[in-house]
Ligand binder design. Structure first.
Ligand SMILES: Cc1cc2nc3c(=O)[nH]c(=O)nc-3n(C[C@H](O)[C@H](O)[C@H](O)COP(=O)(O)OP(=O)(O)OC[C@H]3O[C@@H](n4cnc5c(N)ncnc54)[C@H](O)[C@@H]3O)c2cc1C
Length: 434
């Protein structure tokens, strides 16, 4: 049985490994190139940054092309990884269970969460290596009754050098990313094609026969018995739309806003991001020096990296955003999002000031990198783990399937979903594999 898996991020790498181990002949098609972390010391850029000579965030792609950033509206930047490992190679390494909206559709991923946690072994980062101000903010949050918890992390403290730059790739190999599953899949015989962008699926009537690709600039087609789209919350709907299939205008992104303050000598970058978090109904608060805002947000320009302190709000945003036929993406902050941000900002301010951070506290850039919701599962889809309208032989295994925003880390959720989809595929094709 020939299976094509599109994308090698949290969803793609997980399902490719599982299908390959269960008798499928797996071909992984990845739009990006092999991932290389950004290894330059950022101190060289500080003078340029202060003088505003780095320009806008768009310039970052010349230095680090794996991070794909674009504005979905004037005030919102969306971020994703286009490379082997997808967005997991840009992650902070937080590995947390989240399942907002899944109970409503009758989906319980507990067995998959347990299985993956048993492999990835998330553990809190040792508290003695948190920066003093981060510890102090945690104490203040605790005194305020915000119940801060150490974040389970897939970061090996023995290898981590506390450079604080997880989002540009871990050059020490301390942080787990989905390339570990990808490597296992290829060691077991799966084939990986990089720089291979899938443009559309090939349909004969209501049956999928393969995909059309652009490989190193050359158009071609590849045949398969089944195609799994794991191109993420934007890539997957782009392929579906190109193929004449419908997607929903329910893109969510778990929008992040970091409140930036000043504490001389805090050196917050010298720890992994987000070592603790405080969970609320619609958002989390977590210590975080937002490097995007540090580099590219004009109001943050005057403060040096060693004195900058941030507390992040990650919001479960309104599920409203569109991926159009021409590939464009449109998403705005809603009034509802603004109201929740206002509530969270008040708490963040209290924590920071209570911990001795100096005012002015200035908002960073709105950005989102948990992209989902464009092919949402409904209750009736859960038994077969695929939307009922999908052509035969076509599957989705990425965050696009999740109907609600989470306001929480989403790698574990995506991988758990992909594992469940894999079980269903194996079950359905069992007879043909014998
Ligand atoms: C900066 C950042 C930090 C994050 N930190 C965390 C964290 O600490 N913890 C956490 O749990 N979550 C984190 N996330 C979110 C998490 O990484 C994503 O939610 C998760 O990776 C989503 O998995 P996915 O498979 O849906 O998409 P992705 O992992 O993005 O994978 C999509 C893949 O498809 C490929 N692709 C796209 N289009 C095509 C095409 N047309 N043809 C072929 N290939 C294509 C991409 O190159 C990519 O490899 C972070 C995200 C970002 C951006």
């Amino acid at each position: 049985m020939k299976a094509i898996v599109v994308g090698s991020g949290a969803g793609g790498a997980t399902i490719a490994r599982k299908l390959q181990s269960n008798g499928f002949e797996v071909n992984i098609l990845e739009a990006g190139s092999f991932f290389k972390p950004f290894t330059r010391n950022i101190s060289w850029s500080e003078p340029l940054r202060r003088w505003g000579l780095l320009g806008g965030e768009g310039n970052f792609r010349h230095l680090f092309p794996h991070m794909n950033m674009f504005r979905s509206s004037e005030d919102l930047l969306l971020v994703r990884g286009i490379t082997t490992g997808g967005s997991t190679v840009l992650s902070c390494g937080n590995i947390v269970r989240t399942h907002r909206g899944l109970e409503e559709i009758g989906l319980d991923l507990t067995p998959e969460f347990q299985k993956l946690e048993g492999e990835i072994h998330p553990e809190p980062f040792p508290q003695e290596r948190w920066r003093p101000l981060t510890r102090e903010m945690c104490h203040v949050a605790d005194d305020m009754g915000l119940n801060p918890q150490p974040t389970p992390k897939a970061v090996d403290p023995r290898l981590c050098v506390s450079c604080g730059l997880c989002e540009v790739g871990c050059h020490r190999g301390a942080r787990w990313d989905s390339r570990r599953f990808l490597n296992e899949a290829t060691c077991k015989g799966a084939t990986l094609h990089t720089n291979c962008k899938v443009e559309k699926v090939i349909l004969e009537g209501n049956i999928v026969k393969g995909v059309e690709i652009n490989h190193h600039g050359k158009k071609n087609s590849l045949k398969a018995d089944l195609v799994v789209l794991s191109a993420g919350g934007i890539g997957t709907p782009q392929i579906l739309r190109n193929s004449g299939l419908e997607v929903e205008n329910r893109l969510w992104a778990d929008i992040v806003l970091t409140l930036g303050g000043v504490a001389p000598g805090a050196r917050q970058l010298e720890e992994p991001p987000m070592v603790w978090y405080s969970e609320h109904e619609n958002y989390i608060l977590s210590p975080y020096l937002d490097i995007l805002s540090h580099f590219f947000h004009k109001p943050w320009r005057k403060v040096s990296v060693k004195d900058r302190v941030g507390l992040m709000i990650k919001l479960a945003d309104t599920e409203k955003g569109s991926v159009y036929d021409d590939g464009r993406v449109e998403k705005h902050l809603t009034k509802h999002d603004d109201e929740h941000f206002d509530e969270a900002l008040n708490l963040a301010k209290e924590v920071m000031i209570g911990a001795g951070v100096s005012e002015p506290l200035i908002k960073g850039m709105y950005n989102g990198g948990h992209l989902g919701g464009t092919v949402p599962l409904k209750k009736e889809d859960v038994p077969l783990m695929r939307p009922s309208w999908m052509p035969d032989g076509l599957w989705v295994a990425d965050l696009s399937l999740v109907p609600r925003s989470q306001g929480m880390p989403t790698i574990l959720l995506t991988a758990a979903l992909a594992l469940r989809v894999a079980h269903e595929i194996i079950h359905q094709y069992e007879k043909s594999l014998r």
